[in-house]
Design a protein around this ligand. Structure first.
Ligand code: RB5
Length: 151
């Protein structure tokens, strides 16, 4: 599996820690920036880049980090077909995959510590979509896009 990582300048350190963590676990990783804490990157930019790379099939999943995880997830969720969920504990990380079929995990570098973030990341990538009644509900989310987006 190929995972894309993105962050704004506020969350570069955590993004790099998580990228290295997943690389050590054997995943293929792609860094979408920011490059350093002094590389000022507005959070919608990496949020959009990672989401679009998933949509184009260049990567399979993504991890996005900003101060809260919210802004960067909002940007990613604007890309049709993309579902990004913000997590600050492992239970939600499991559910956003099992029930919501999210392709992107978002976290706040000012919310979660490094070790907790790694645990959340591990849970997200160890989980699988359950389908069934959840597929119907995810399709209802997709229907909102179909109703509003003419592609
Ligand atoms: C940047 O200061 C901050 O606004 C950003 O990292 C994020 O928390 C936005 O949602």
């Amino acid at each position: 599996m190929k995972i894309g990582f993105g962050s704004d300048h506020a969350a570069v350190e955590l993004k790099n820690v998580l990228l290295e963590h997943m690389k050590e676990k054997g995943y293929e990783v792609v860094d979408f920036g920011a490059a350093s804490p002094t590389d000022k990157v507005d959070y919608p930019v990496p949020g959009r880049k990672v989401a679009e790379a998933i949509r184009r099939g260049e990567i399979d999943k993504g991890v996005l980090v900003c101060g809260t995880g919210v802004g960067i997830s909002l940007a990613a969720n604007k890309v049709p077909g993309i579902r990004a969920g913000v997590c600050s504990e492992p239970y939600t990380a499991k559910m956003i995959v099992e029930h919501n079929n999210c392709q992107i995990l978002a976290m706040g570098a000012r919310v979660v510590g490094t070790e907790l973030a790694k645990m959340i990341c591990d849970t997200f990538f160890d989980s699988e979509f359950q389908g069934g009644r959840h597929a119907r509900r995810v399709d209802l989310i997709c229907q909102v896009e179909r109703d509003y987006c003419k592609e």
